[in-house]
Design a protein around this ligand. Structure first.
Ligand SMILES: Cc1cc2nc3c(=O)[nH]c(=O)nc-3n(C[C@H](O)[C@H](O)[C@H](O)COP(=O)(O)OP(=O)(O)OC[C@H]3O[C@@H](n4cnc5c(N)ncnc54)[C@H](O)[C@@H]3O)c2cc1C
Length: 612
């Protein structure tokens, strides 16, 4: 049942078994699976609206052309002290379907080692072999690529690692620009392996990436269309849109129930407080079983903090009664920073997105809507490489100086690059040290791991002020919470050093390989000296997010600074779960939506089978 803002008084039940906060990727998976049991009632409260199904959302070729501002939380980071002291825009989905409505649809899982590292960080049952059934459960994977195209583009998925009857369609677009082939051949010249299936456990290499899109319709497949639309008729599933949860209600009738780790006593959530807008009154709604946070890696920890679950020192400062002193809430923020280097391909007659103007654009549009073929079927990003560390370092000298930086014991042991909110808690330092040790060993020894994993070296933080914001920034939504999001990009010096090497690699690929040379490339920036110092400054000015916010409610034991245990229940609570991207203890070395879908599928199995 869809409940619009005007109908809440009439249609909302006074209490549900489960309240799911956030109807994005993880929230809709969980809502779907829980409501399969007709004996339980499930309410999803989502701050955004239903998208209009307009072309700007559904057409792959329109990715990057902007979205209605109402679909975006439009966060801004704090000034980035280790870059150029400037803030960065940080978009997150504010719409039913969350990030899957805005995202680039790229569907990559990362390496076997990514998940084995989750397990090694104290999470039994979360290794690659454990996750594989849930990757498959979520997927309706298909390949409709001619044998000739499959051979030249090296597309040969391994059927044993894919599902064919799950809710989420994953496939390859009907159209790819010819330059994809040049890109793959160029990478091959540089020794980067071509991956026939990037989702079989080996991530390091170059690939045509599958996309979350409908094979028959060649349109976006998101969590709303995959997991919600087919089941919204269920009488035991309610979705209330444009309702923002402002607090989890904890304890009996709001009575404080303070515990300290190791938790002698667990607190219980009995509902949530929510509102239609900053100007509206707050309402309460109750639950008998669980509150499930699926509000994404930025807002779920903020909600925990304003509800009294978080670092006691921070909560004291905020005047929030401490219900559970959990230092890890909002720490361990991880992401993949990205730096753009731009080239013009001047080969006469070359077709690219830049030519999609005037009559060519009209033809592409007509072809798409008539036959579901042509350039509008292709998402913004289709051809990708996750080079291994050894591919990014051109010379032995460069490799060893970089590795020295990475393994520098002074940095490693002094931990000066970590935020004070981390270093003041021994458990958080232990967790970080365990993470970094695992990262280094996989990076240095596992050829299947892409070097973008290293970006987890720099940990960010997220803290909330419980006060209402009174300002309305231009074009931005009035906030119900002030959130200080500080990714601390490049706080570990190895991260910027790696990005510098990434720029060098891209210049070698475009400037020095025969295959890319056929495109007659021209660098957009002329007269740049391209010394390491110049590139480092360039990198610091250009780092942007890849929108892979994760890690802020990390699944790890309490003594490693974790927030949720391996059943994703928040430590110190009996019945608050987090199921979104925040639970990744280490961000996977790939795009992250496939992992988010699979985590949510897996936790539903735990909720239903091992109910508390
Ligand atoms: C622009 C962009 C591009 C991306 N591209 C890719 C890509 O190509 N491939 C890939 O794998 N990943 C990509 N991602 C990342 C991916 O989409 C996210 O990792 C994924 O959506 C995270 O799922 P989630 O369930 O954690 O959170 P979300 O999907 O963000 O869902 C959270 C939901 O909770 C709602 N919510 C938040 N707070 C409240 C509250 N207080 N009350 C009620 N509701 C609330 C939000 O409105 C949202 O709908 C991209 C993300 C973005 C933003």
């Amino acid at each position: 049942l869809l409940i619009l803002p005007d109908d809440t008084t009439e249609l909302l039940l006074p209490s549900y078994d489960y309240i799911v906060v956030g109807g994005g990727v993880s929230g809709l998976v969980v809502a779907n699976r829980l409501s399969e049991d007709t004996d339980v009632t499930v309410l999803v409260l989502e701050a955004g609206e239903l998208d209009s199904s307009a072309g700007i959302v559904t057409v792959p070729g329109l990715i990057g052309h902007g979205f209605p501002p109402a679909y975006n939380w439009n966060f801004t980071t704090t000034p980035q002290a280790f870059l150029d002291n400037k803030t960065r825009d940080y978009g997150q989905g504010h719409v039913v379907g969350g990030g899957s409505i805005l995202n680039g649809m790229v569907t990559t899982r990362g390496a076997r080692a990514d998940y084995d590292a989750w397990q090694a960080l104290g999470n039994p049952g979360w290794g690659w072999q454990d996750m594989l059934p849930y990757f498959k459960k979520t997927e309706r994977f298909s390949v409709d690529v001619s044998p000739e195209r499959a051979r030249t583009l090296h597309i040969n998925p391994d059927p044993s690692v894919h599902g064919t009857d799950g809710p989420l369609e994953v496939t390859y677009p009907n159209f790819l620009y010819n330059q994809s082939l040049n890109f793959l051949r160029g990478l091959s010249e540089l020794g980067v392996p071509l991956l026939a299936d990037p989702n079989a456990g080996v991530a390091a290499g170059a690939m045509i990436a599958p996309a979350s899109m409908s094979a028959s319709n060649q349109s976006r497949m998101d969590s709303r269309r995959a997991y919600l639309d087919p089941v919204l008729h269920r009488p035991n599933l309610h979705l209330a849109v444009q309702q923002t949860v402002t607090r989890v209600l904890i304890g009996t009738n709001g009575t404080a129930n303070i515990v300290a780790p190791p938790f002698g006593r667990l607190v219980r959530a009995y509902g949530v407080e929510y509102t239609a807008s900053a100007e509206s009154s707050r309402q309460k709604i109750f639950c008998s079983k669980e509150v499930i946070l699926a509000a994404g890696a930025i807002i779920s920890p903020a909600l925990l903090q304003v509800s009294g679950i978080g670092p006691a020192d921070l909560l004291d400062e905020l005047n929030v009664t401490v219900k559970v002193d959990l230092p890890g809430v909002g720490q361990n923020f991880q992401d993949h920073p990205t730096v753009g280097v731009f080239y013009n391909y001047t080969k006469p007659g070359l077709s690219s997105t830049r030519n999609l103007t005037g009559d060519t654009l009209m033809r592409a549009k007509e072809e798409y809507f008539t036959n579901r073929t042509g350039p509008w079927t292709t998402p913004l990003i289709t051809t990708i490489a996750f080079p291994h560390l050894t591919h990014l370092t051109a010379t032995t000298n460069s490799t060893s100086s970089f590795l020295n930086l990475l393994t520098n014991t002074t940095i490693f042991t002094s931990l000066t690059h970590l935020p004070p909110t981390t270093t003041r808690h021994p458990a958080l330092v232990r967790g970080y040290t365990a993470q970094l040790t695992l990262l280094l060993s996989t990076l240095l020894t596992d050829p299947a791991v892409g070097a973008l994993e290293i970006m987890a070296d720099s940990l960010g933080t997220l803290t909330v002020s419980s006060s209402l914001s009174s300002s309305r920034a231009r074009g931005r939504r009035r906030r119900l919470m002030n959130i200080a999001l500080d990714p601390r990009y490049c706080s570990h010096p190895a991260d910027c050093a790696l990005l510098v090497r990434g720029v060098g690699f891209s210049r070698r690929l475009v400037g020095a390989t025969e295959a890319m040379g056929e495109l007659e490339p021209e660098e957009e920036e002329e007269g740049v000296a391209w010394t390491e110092e110049v590139v480092e400054e360039m990198v610091k000015g250009r780092v942007q997010t890849e929108f892979h916010a994760s890690g802020t409610t990390a699944m790890m034991p309490v003594d490693l600074g974790g927030v949720v245990g391996s059943r994703l229940v928040v430590h110190g609570t009996a019945n608050v779960r987090v199921v979104d991207a925040g639970v990744m203890p280490l961000v996977v070395g790939a795009h992250i939506q496939a992992a988010v879908y699979a985590v949510a599928e897996k936790v539903c199995f735990v909720v239903v089978v091992v109910s508390i």
